[in-house]
Design a protein. Structure first.
Length: 419
C-alpha cells in the first residue's frame, strides 16, 4: 500500500460516495461520458489528495495524543489506546453490527435518524444523521480489514503520525467539501486510525445532513476531531477479516485495441484540424492539447468568441472496442446511422450535479461518433471559458449539437493509434 496521501482521500470519500448518482451511459461500453472524458480530465488537471492538517491541530505524539487547536473550549484531549491492537476483535462482522456499534457509542443526548449501511468483503460502512439541538449533522463510519485501506508506509510529518501503541492516525478539521468558494458551506471533520495487524477505521462528521448537494445546516460539524478520535479508539469495534487473494483462473486477456499498430498522430495536428473545422469569423484563443505519442488518445481545445461571450470547445479522438448499438440506458439522444456508426448527443447538460451548478451555471452540449472500425470522436461546447472552476459567460454553448456533429464528422480528422 502506498503513502496515505493516496489512500486517505479514497477512504474518506468512500463513506458517502454510494449516495452519488451514477454516471450516465451514452451507449453500451464505449459511449459513457466518464469513459470518454476521464483521461482528458486526468491529463489536464491531475489528481489532488485530501488536506491533512495534523501539524496545525497541535498533535502531540508522546505518551498522550492531543488535538487542541480549533477544538471547543473545555473539551478533554483524546488519547490513543495503549493496547488497541492486542484487544481488537477481527472476524465476520456484519454491516448491521457496525451500525449498531456506532449507535451504542454515540452520546445519549443526540437525536439520531436516517440510518444507512453499505459495504463489500473486507469493508463495512454506515451512516446516521445526528442532531444536538443545533441542526442536523451527518456522521459516517467505515471499518476496513487489515491492509484493505489506510496503511501508511514511511509516514511523513503532517500526513500520518504513528502513536505509541503502533497505530497510525490522520485527521482533518473543517475541511471544505468543495473548492471554488465552497458553495453550500459544507465542511467536515475526519479521523482515520489504522491499527497495526488489525484494520482501519474512519469517521467523518459534516455540518449538514448530507455531504454534497445541500447547504450547511449548522455552523460546525456535530462531532469534533477529539470526539471522533475517541470513537475511533473505542475497543467495541470489530473489524472485517482480511480477504484472501482470489485463486481463480486468470482473467481473459483484454481484446486487442483496434488502434494497435496504427501510427500515432501529433497532437498539434489534432489542434490544427480543430481550428480548420471551426466556422470562420471567430476569435480563437487559449489553444490546449493533451494525450499524443503512445497515449492512444488525442485531445485539443480552444476558447472561441463569436461576439456573444467566451465558449470552450473540446475535441477528443481515440480507438475503442467497436460500439454497434445504443445501450439500454443513455443520454436523451442516440441512434445508429445507415453506415453503421453510432452517434449520441446531449444539449445544455449541467457540468455539476450539486450546489456548484447554481454558482457557476456552466452547461455543455456534447456529441460522440463511434465508427464500426473502432474510431471514436467526441466534441463538447461549453457556455463558458472552461468546463469547471469558472462562471458561465453566455446563456448557452456557442455550438449546437447539429454543428458539433457536422464538425466531428469531417473527413479531415486523423485518429491516433498506439504504435
Amino acid at each position: 500500500m502506498n503513502n496515505l496521501n493516496d489512500t486517505l482521500p479514497d477512504l474518506m470519500r468512500r463513506a458517502t460516495e454510494h449516495l452519488e448518482p451514477p454516471s450516465t451511459d451514452l451507449v453500451e461500453r464505449g459511449m459513457r461520458h466518464g469513459v470518454t472524458l476521464r483521461r482528458r480530465r486526468i491529463a489536464v488537471r491531475g489528481l489532488t489528495g485530501a488536506t491533512a492538517v495534523l501539524a496545525t491541530l497541535g498533535v502531540i505524539v508522546g505518551g498522550t495524543q492531543v488535538f487542541g487547536s480549533g477544538e471547543p473550549a473545555g473539551e478533554a484531549p483524546a488519547a490513543g489506546p495503549a493496547t488497541a491492537s492486542a484487544v481488537a476483535k477481527v472476524g465476520a462482522v456484519t454491516q448491521k453490527e457496525t451500525l449498531e456499534t456506532l449507535l451504542a457509542l454515540l452520546p445519549p443526548d443526540l437525536k439520531v435518524g436516517q440510518e444507512q449501511t453499505w459495504g463489500f468483503p473486507g469493508f463495512n460502512g454506515a451512516a446516521v444523521v445526528v442532531d444536538d439541538g443545533k441542526g442536523p449533522s451527518k456522521l459516517s463510519i467505515a471499518v476496513s480489514a487489515d491492509g484493505q485501506d489506510g496503511t501508511c508506509v514511511d509516514p511523513q510529518p503532517g500526513t500520518c503520525v504513528r502513536r505509541p501503541d503502533g497505530s497510525l492516525i490522520t485527521v482533518s478539521a473543517k475541511e471544505p467539501t468543495y473548492g471554488e468558494g465552497n458553495p453550500g458551506g459544507v465542511v467536515r471533520n475526519s479521523v482515520l486510525v489504522t491499527r497495526a495487524g488489525v484494520g482501519s477505521i474512519s469517521l467523518i462528521s459534516f455540518n449538514a445532513a448530507e455531504e454534497k448537494g445541500v447547504d450547511k445546516s449548522r455552523a460546525e460539524p456535530a462531532l469534533s476531531v477529539t470526539a471522533l478520535t475517541a470513537l475511533a479508539d473505542d475497543q467495541a469495534w470489530r473489524f472485517p477479516a482480511k480477504q484472501p487473494i482470489p485463486s481463480s483462473n486468470p482473467a481473459k486477456p483484454e481484446p486487442k485495441s483496434p488502434g494497435a499498430g496504427k501510427p500515432a498522430v501529433p497532437v498539434q495536428q489534432t489542434l490544427q484540424t480543430l481550428r480548420n473545422v471551426l466556422p470562420k469569423g471567430l476569435t480563437v484563443t487559449r489553444p490546449q492539447t493533451w494525450g499524443g505519442g503512445s497515449e492512444g488518445h488525442n485531445g485539443a481545445a480552444f476558447v472561441i468568441d463569436d461576439g456573444k461571450g467566451l465558449s470552450r470547445i473540446d475535441a477528443f479522438l481515440t480507438y475503442e472496442q467497436p460500439v454497434t448499438k445504443c445501450g439500454p440506458e443513455g443520454i436523451p439522444n442516440c441512434r445508429v446511422r445507415p453506415d453503421g456508426s453510432v452517434v449520441g448527443w446531449v444539449k445544455n447538460e449541467p457540468v455539476y450535479a450539486d450546489a456548484r451548478q447554481k454558482v457557476n451555471g456552466v452547461v455543455s452540449s456534447r456529441v460522440e461518433i463511434h465508427y464500426p472500425d473502432g474510431r471514436m470522436i467526441s466534441m463538447t461546447s461549453y457556455n463558458g471559458p472552461q468546463e469547471k472552476d469558472a462562471r458561465h459567460t453566455r446563456p448557452k454553448p456557442a455550438f449546437s449539437t447539429d454543428q458539433l456533429l457536422q464538425m466531428a464528422g469531417s473527413k479531415s480528422w486523423a485518429f491516433p493509434g498506439t504504435k
